[in-house]
Write a protein that binds this ligand. Structure first.
Ligand SMILES: O=C[C@H](O)COP(=O)(O)O
Length: 247
């Protein structure tokens, strides 16, 4: 049985004052029936780890190399040292802004896993790809190229995030979410076998809010959510976590 996961991605939002939201979240969910992960900007990782009290903390990216001349980058070991237990990799914003390829995402995931971090690997189609009927083809290609061969339920989480649903208020139909999540589970089963595939959590991401969370969490093979905007305030993220716990 997969334990549900509510993951928050603060993206490039938040200074020290935002840690009050994390503290409030921890206060409201001291014994959660689902795993909770918050991924703040790297500048807040250490302080977030102190404020989190039971909530896991994650980074939003890491370099594939352990150290070296890579100005501005952070290694998996650095994230771990700052208190992270997970890292988001291959988010569509990084794929778009920094040209990250599936192979690069895979190398980063291998580096994260080698440090004992859980890799939250993001995939998802653009609107043009959906409208041309290529959603599953894109999802399958990204999954195959971005997920390392040593993936397990302990070191890997997959987040399906349609690019057109991120920060737009647009959400796929529940049937569309189910189609992709069922497909991803089948692809993982074909590659890793049922035992491993059944242990890897599949998150949905893209305009998840308190008002739509429960119906999304009822969808086949949805094991939680990767939440952007609605993870910034405890008042928004908390009811999403509660909906997940009840699902
Ligand atoms: O990583 C989170 C996703 O990009 C979703 O963002 P959003 O909830 O603001 O649409």
């Amino acid at each position: 049985m997969r334990r549900k996961l509510a993951a928050g991605n603060w993206k490039m939002n938040g200074t020290g004052a935002a840690l009050a939201e994390l503290a409030a979240l921890a206060e409201s969910h001291s014994a959660p029936a689902a795993d909770i992960l918050v991924c703040p900007p790297a500048t807040l990782l250490s302080r977030a780890a102190e404020a989190a009290r039971g909530i896991a903390i994650g980074g939003q990216d890491c370099h594939a190399k352990a150290s070296g001349a890579h100005t501005g980058d952070l290694s998996a070991a650095m994230l771990k040292d700052a208190g992270a237990s997970a890292v988001i990799l291959g988010h569509s914003e990084r794929r778009a802004d920094h040209g990250e390829t599936d192979a690069q995402v895979c190398a980063k995931a291998e580096a994260a896993m080698a440090e004992g971090l859980t890799a939250v690997i993001c995939i998802g189609e653009t609107l043009a790809e959906r409208e041309t009927g290529n959603t599953l083809k894109v999802a399958g290609t990204q999954l195959a190229g971005s997920v390392p061969a040593n993936a397990t339920g302990a070191n890997t989480v997959i987040a399906y995030e349609p690019v057109w649903a991120i920060g737009t208020g647009k959400v796929p139909t529940l049937e569309q979410i189910a189609e992709v999540h069922d497909f991803l589970r089948a692809e993982l089963t074909a590659r890793f076998g049922a035992g491993t595939a059944d242990s890897i959590r599949l998150l949905y991401g893209g305009s998840v809010k308190p008002s739509n969370a429960a119906e999304i969490f009822a969808v086949s093979n949805v094991d939680g959510a990767l939440v952007g905007g609605a993870s910034l305030k405890a008042a928004d993220f908390s009811p999403i976590i509660t909906a997940l716990e009840a699902s």
